[in-house]
Ligand binder design. Structure first.
Ligand SMILES: [Zn+2]
Length: 171
């Protein structure tokens, strides 16, 4: 009797897992031959995939209200890293196409490259600190990304002012 009870428990657990979307063996095609919607391939708890793209740009800035040499006009060779995360992969094993992510980042970076940031919105109002730049790239990237896979989002953005100093933003 113990063995039967155990087998039933296993079936119950299996059904619960299927109902909860933990396993999906049918991501490729549905009966009509059209591509099935993207679903998580295998999910357990908070398992996530992340992909990232780095870009760089050069710009000048001056920190208003800063007591020190950074209040003077100076420049940096910035690096930006955008991390996108999501729970599932598409039918060919991708979370998101790097090419599209790069295109979006390059366009945003192009707006600040070789500029004096203090003259550019929103940095004509808020200080062009690495922290505010990270939030700016996070907000702009999140706004411009379309056709994101289900459950995917921009996870975080890091901006380096130098090789050893960076600021990260996420929400
Ligand atoms: Zn600086």
């Amino acid at each position: 009797m113990f063995g039967v009870a155990e087998a039933n428990d296993d079936r119950m657990l299996w059904r619960r897992r299927l109902a909860g979307g933990f396993y999906d063996f049918d991501t490729a095609q549905n009966a009509g031959g059209t591509p099935a919607p993207r679903k998580p391939a295998i999910l357990k708890g908070k398992a996530m995939f992340q992909v990232s793209v780095d870009e760089s740009f050069s710009a000048g800035h001056a920190l208003r209200g800063y007591k020190g040499k950074c209040e003077n006009v100076h420049g940096h060779n910035y690096k930006v890293r955008i991390i996108l995360e999501g729970p599932g992969l598409d039918s060919i094993g991708l979370l998101y196409d790097f090419t599209h992510l790069k295109r979006v980042i390059r366009e945003i970076v192009g707006g600040v490259d070789h500029k004096f940031l203090n003259d550019q919105a929103p940095f004509d109002v808020i200080n062009p600190s690495a922290e505010n730049l990270a939030k700016f790239f996070y907000d702009e990237t999140s706004r411009q990304m379309n056709a994101m896979p289900e459950g995917a989002r921009i996870a975080r953005v890091t901006v380096w002012e130098t090789d050893t100093t960076s600021a990260t933003y996420w929400s």
